[in-house]
Design a protein around this ligand. Structure first.
Ligand code: SF4
Length: 391
């Protein structure tokens, strides 16, 4: 099974108010040291993975640069990281190679570098096509930047493009959300991701919302019911436009589903490099299912060489992961596959919970395949929790 490679670039030009990732604004002085460390980790990645007890495959069929905003790096720095991957891995000729970009950062030099690095998929962090909404959360781009970037990418031969949108941004209304969805569809991009605004302690906007304050336009954030309605409207509009939902937050035209992200949801192996990057490898130890590795989540610790955190995934944990990751996909989880891998008893134990979730309108079950209903997707965390406590 070929590997996926993830590289985290935790640098951004500004910090968006809703952002809860391990990314921030750092001096360019650290970029070279960071790239050096990532390249060294890539050079040692296979050996490290094997030492940690993981099965290392030779081929690579997806590379994903995320963050952060990878395109804040200089073209040469990006090229160095790709060269490190190619030096260590047999990257398949048809590999999916994705780079996340902030709209407005795709200079001609950067486009040339992406082309030279073999990038064939770009994910644009648009979040909203309404300029006032993007500005309210600290995004630096306008709608016109997005339209221009897509035209430039097409001219460079990159047509496999994703647009990220967020439902529940400050000042968003049903009408303005409709505009963003219409604009996303009108661009003709084959992939759209729709996330609901996350309210937690890890972002400035989240903390302000929890505190009931008004900074960061928090008092203009739509309520939970409105955000849920926006999400359901997105499912309806995108599906009607042929950009079909295949995962809770992801929609694609046929054949444009993200190969890299499908690895996460179907538990295929991947190696991650950089700040707060994670790896999952099949375990060499009989009786264990997999190992997960996590790198330091603070830049200074990562650059200083902090060791990886290793977690072993037992068969019981693997059963849970099969459910909560597999159910994210619209195709659902085939109980016959679960029974083959974990035994009939494991499935039998889950039946009462599955029946209850069906009765609550959160799960559909037909021909041994269980799937989230549209309501179940909105309440997916609750569904996963009840399955976890049963298994
Ligand atoms: S560009 Fe993305 S990663 Fe950077 S601060 Fe904004 S949301 Fe976070």
């Amino acid at each position: 099974m070929p590997l996926g490679i993830y590289i985290s670039v935790p640098f951004c030009k500004t910090k968006c108010s809703y952002c809860n990732f391990a990314s921030d604004v750092f001096s360019r002085a650290v970029f070279d040291r960071y790239v050096d460390r990532v390249c060294a980790d890539i050079a040692n990645g296979r050996e490290t993975g094997a030492k940690m007890g993981g099965v290392i495959e030779s081929g690579v069929d997806s590379i994903y640069l995320g963050g952060g905003t990878p395109t804040v790096l200089a073209p040469d720095q990006l090229k160095r990281m790709f060269a490190a991957v190619h030096a260590e891995s047999d990257v398949r000729p048809d590999a999916e190679i994705t780079v996340e970009c902030a709209p407005g950062t795709l200079t001609p030099e950067m486009l040339d570098a992406l082309f030279e690095c073999g990038v064939n998929r770009v994910s644009l962090g648009v979040q909203s096509f309404v300029d006032a909404e993007a500005a309210a959360v600290g995004r630096l781009h306008k709608r016109t930047h997005v339209v221009e970037d897509i035209a430039h990418l097409h001219a460079a031969g990159i047509t496999n493009i994703n647009v990220d949108l967020i439902a529940g941004l400050p000042h968003q209304t049903a009408e303005s959300w409709h505009v963003s969805l219409q604009e996303a569809i009108a661009t003709g991009v084959p992939h759209v991701s729709v996330y609901m605004l996350e309210v937690d302690e890890d972002s400035r906007l989240g903390r302000e919302l929890i505190a009931g304050g008004t900074r960061y336009h928090a008092h203009f954030v739509p309520d939970e019911d409105a955000t849920a309605d926006f999400y359901l409207a997105a499912c309806e509009m995108l599906n009607a436009a042929g950009v079909l939902q295949y995962e809770i937050s992801n929609f694609a035209r046929a054949g444009f589903e993200s190969r890299h992200n499908l690895k996460y949801w179907t538990r295929q192996p991947y190696l991650g490099f950089g700040v707060d990057a994670h790896s999952m490898l099949i375990s060499v130890e009989p009786g264990l299912d997999a190992i997960r590795l996590a790198s330091a989540d603070l830049l200074e610790n990562y650059v200083a060489g902090a060791p990886l955190q290793r977690t072993v995934v037992s068969r019981e944990m693997a059963l849970e992961e099969n459910f909560f990751l597999g159910l994210r996909l619209n195709r659902g989880v085939d109980l016959r596959d679960i029974a083959d891998k974990f035994g009939c008893d494991a499935v039998a134990e889950l039946y009462p919970t599955i029946k209850q979730l069906q009765a609550d309108g959160l799960l559909d079950a037909a021909a041994n395949v269980v799937r989230l209903t549209p309501r179940g997707r909105l309440l997916s965390n609750e569904v996963f929790q009840s399955l976890l406590t049963t298994s």
